[in-house]
Write a protein that binds this ligand. Structure first.
Ligand SMILES: Cc1ncc(COP(=O)(O)O)c(C=O)c1O
Length: 278
């Protein structure tokens, strides 16, 4: 039993996982009593894209609700409620603040659905301090500008990475070669700042690359002005078994970069340092 199953079982909630892009698998997973469909799009770290309208339809037909984690796009690039989702959630720690200054989260939905969130926050305590809330509000003032700048830098880096010999695959939804590109073009206004790439040299190459970079911060966080880099197989997805990671497409040579707002030449130069060390 995985961690999520373990925690939710305490509340009598059963969950199952389905491949994000396989609509038939979502339909098959719906059983009598299904209350909730939950997805993130694009997904972390491979940027797989969920068909939000189709999932909303499946949820509606089942009398269930659809929650979309919109962290990678933010409302600047994607508005899941307008595509039929019931609730959108964000880690405000990421792009909403956008400058690595506070921890926070947001849930957005109908007054009725949000009443449950409000009463939980009131009675259990995960509320923001006024100062942190002010910081996030200041972050929102530059959200659209930042998201488009993150997208431009990520697109340039992704294209550059496709030309590197040591790279087996580049996963960025802004590349026309990505299997979610066409759908993302329809439901997003830009492609966001997160990409991942697979090195032919496996874990050793990935660690050498990461350790040789100087500009990027080695951290599992994303959505900062500063570029961050991480090795998903040993961090964000380290709790999965090797078999589960393989199923999820998280290879040992995979490196995720959350592309920041530094000058693109500086980011490319840092990647050159990484490649020189492999
Ligand atoms: C898509 C997505 N949602 C949520 C989170 C979790 O954010 P937090 O740690 O602020 O709860 C992450 C963390 O990387 C993420 O990538």
């Amino acid at each position: 039993m995985g961690l999520f199953q373990h925690y939710l079982a305490k509340f009598g909630v059963e969950i199952c996982f389905v491949p994000l892009t396989d609509l038939d698998a979502w339909r098959d997973a719906v059983i009598p009593g299904t209350r909730l469909l939950f997805c993130e799009s694009p997904s972390n770290p491979l940027g797989e894209v969920a068909d939000i309208e189709a999932l909303a339809e499946i949820a509606r037909a089942a009398g269930a609700k659809l929650i979309v984690d919109n962290c990678f796009c933010t409302p600047a690039l994607q508005t899941p409620l307008l595509l039929g989702a019931d609730i959108v959630i964000h880690s405000a720690t990421k792009y909403l603040d956008g400058q690595g200054r506070v921890l926070g989260g947001a849930a957005v939905g109908s007054t009725e659905d949000m009443m449950a969130v409000t009463s939980f926050v009131r009675t259990c305590g995960p509320a923001m301090s006024p100062f942190n809330a002010w910081v996030v509000l200041k972050g929102l003032e530059t959200l659209t500008l930042r998201m488009n700048a993150h997208s431009a830098n990520a697109t340039a880096l992704a294209q550059w990475l496709t030309r590197q010999d040591a790279v087996k695959a580049v996963h960025y939804v802004g590349l026309s070669s990505h299997n979610g590109h066409e759908l993302a073009t329809r439901q997003q206004s830009n492609f966001g700042g997160v990409l991942a790439f697979e090195l032919t040299g496996g874990r050793d190459a990935a660690w050498r690359f990461i350790n040789a970079t100087e500009l990027m911060s080695l951290t599992a966080n994303l959505g900062d002005v500063k570029t961050t880099v991480v090795h998903p197989a040993t961090t964000t997805h380290g709790r999965l078994s090797a078999e589960q990671r393989e199923q999820a497409g998280i290879g040992e040579g995979l490196v995720r970069i959350a592309v920041g707002l530094e000058h693109i030449d500086d980011i490319l130069k840092d990647c050159e340092r990484g490649f020189a060390a492999i």
